[in-house]
Design a protein around this ligand. Structure first.
Ligand code: PLP
Ligand SMILES: N[C@@H](CCOP(=O)(O)O)C(=O)O
Length: 467
């Protein structure tokens, strides 16, 4: 499998090099040159596979040639046997033909564990073989950070630096990052917002001089293809559990960086019948405004009760645009330059917008409506949604086209991580799971830094080259 950049002007890479990269040298994102295709018969033959074996079927074509088949299966077995539910990604029914796919049974209680637990093992596998050490730099609005730290804390050849917006993640989220012990783990609380953190990460991939040519910079955000690859699996798993691929499914996906829903789009491209994909956003609704009005305009970031989705610029949307623009890298580079300039309102060509609308619906949910949905679903079923998932459920109910098709909302996190929303909706806080019961008493470690690239880069260099 070869990978190409969305901006058409960077070398083709193997999976191994893509894993060890963030952005392509032309500023684009890597995508597979050819998308693996599965027939309905082949997908149907996977119906009774446990999650780990299904994951191997879906993931192996992306890593073939770089990761040995048996080694991949071993990693997958290790990763998903550590999850707190034997089904790994169980479905919870909340109405007739309406489900929540629970993606929060991993160690950090959010969907990020599905990919980041695997990414840590893949890094170990590749770095041991290459005798290399790397520096991970990631930005988080709350969930990626702890999942990345948990996934890589045991990696011998990795120093990890996670930037989160100071005071703008929940207490549980912060503590899940700052209480993990390890000389190779660094939490940076930046005095700014998620987008500033993400911009600093992207700028650092563009110019890595601060690492003196001695270390590679590796991404743990969904700009790293390995993240998307592992997230595709649960679309297949949930569909197979509800009678797919013999009947189509619909998905509603709480969306920020467009990684999780892009994984759904990939599953569809790979052959899984998906009738509807709904982009569900909070009030940081740049994608909904683009889809509904054809106006791409980045508004100032709003701080909401769904902090993980407080993202103004949605990184992975570029991967979709690449396909919409017929994989024409030069055209995309021009479009991205206009979008990233954030000066004028940018519109897509009408035919491209039509393609996007044929693939996706979209809906934006404000805080009051998020809270009301949590209350409604609890009233109907006794099931407490996390607020991000509630956004997905609300969007699913508003946008659903065909009630005969199962509607699956991705349950992206556990409500215990989001006290503000749970209390505002009038519920008692659920208990932290066993492995986190003493979280609030654990000692925290983090450094508060200004949102200034040079300061952050010198902090990273200083702690990377400490001996
Ligand atoms: C709980 C939760 N829900 C939804 C999202 C949005 O996912 P994505 O950024 O892949 O669109 C995130 C963060 O990414 C998250 O942490
Ligand atoms: N919501 C994320 C933000 C980063 O998104 P990613 O999927 O690109 O890592 C978070 O919780 O950190």
């Amino acid at each position: 499998m070869k990978y190409i950049s969305t901006r058409g002007n960077a070398p083709e890479l193997t999976f191994e090099d893509v894993l060890l990269t963030g952005l392509a040298t032309d500023g684009g994102l890597y995508v597979p040159k050819d998308v693996p295709q599965f027939s309905l018969e082949e997908i149907e033959s996977w119906r009774d596979l446990p999650y780990t074996e299904l994951a191997h079927k879906v993931i192996y074509p992306f890593v073939e040639g770089c990761v040995d088949s048996a080694a991949l299966q071993k990693m997958l077995n290790e990763v998903y046997s550590g999850f707190g539910h034997k089904a790994v990604a169980p479905l919870q029914q909340i109405d007739h033909n309406e489900y929540v796919l629970e993606l929060f049974h991993g160690p950090t209680l959010a969907f990020k564990d599905f990919a980041l637990q695997l990414l840590g093992r893949l890094l170990d596998y590749v770095l041991e073989r290459r005798h290399e050490k790397v520096v991970i730099m990631g930005a988080t609005s709350g969930d990626t950070g702890s999942a990345a730290i948990e996934g890589t804390k045991a990696c011998r050849n990795v120093d990890i630096f996670i930037l989160h917006p100071h005071g703008k993640v929940s207490e549980v989220q912060r503590r899940q990052m700052t209480t993990v012990k390890g000389d190779n783990i660094f939490n940076i609380a930046i005095e700014g917002n998620f987008d500033q953190a993400q911009d600093m990460v992207k700028a650092s991939f563009g110019n890595q001089q601060f690492l003196r040519g001695e270390r590679k910079l590796v991404a743990v955000n969904s700009i790293n293809w390995a993240r998307i690859m592992a997230q595709i699996v649960y679309y297949f798993y949930s569909a197979l559990n509800l009678g797919g691929p013999l009947r189509p499914m619909a998905y509603s996906v709480p969306t920020g960086n467009f990684g999780d829903i892009f994984a759904g789009y990939m599953a569809k491209k790979m052959g899984l019948p998906i009738e509807q994909l709904i982009i569900a956003t909070n009030s940081n609704d740049v994608l909904h405004r683009l889809m509904s009005k054809n106006q791409y305009e980045v508004h100032p970031l709003q701080h909401t009760i769904t902090p993980s989705m407080d993202i103004a610029v949605s990184s992975n949307f570029e991967r979709l645009l690449f396909d919409l623009y017929d994989r024409d890298g030069a055209k995309l580079a021009d479009l991205m330059a206009r979008m990233n300039a954030k000066k004028d309102v940018v519109s897509l060509d009408e035919d491209k917008l039509a393609k996007a609308r044929a693939l996706f619906d979209s809906y934006a949910v404000n805080e009051d409506s998020t809270v009301t949905t949590m209350q409604e679903v609890f009233g109907e079923t006794g099931y407490l949604l996390d607020p991000h998932t509630a956004i997905g459920v609300k969007a699913a109910r508003e946008c659903r086209r065909n009630p005969r098709i199962p509607m699956i909302t991705l349950g992206t996190a556990h409500p215990v991580k989001f006290e503000d929303a749970v209390l505002r909706a009038g519920f008692d806080m659920p208990k932290l799971p066993h492995h986190l019961t003493d979280l609030m008493a654990r000692e925290e470690r983090m450094n508060v830094l200004p949102a200034d690239l040079a300061t952050v880069q010198s902090f990273i260099a200083e702690h990377t080259f400490k001996d």
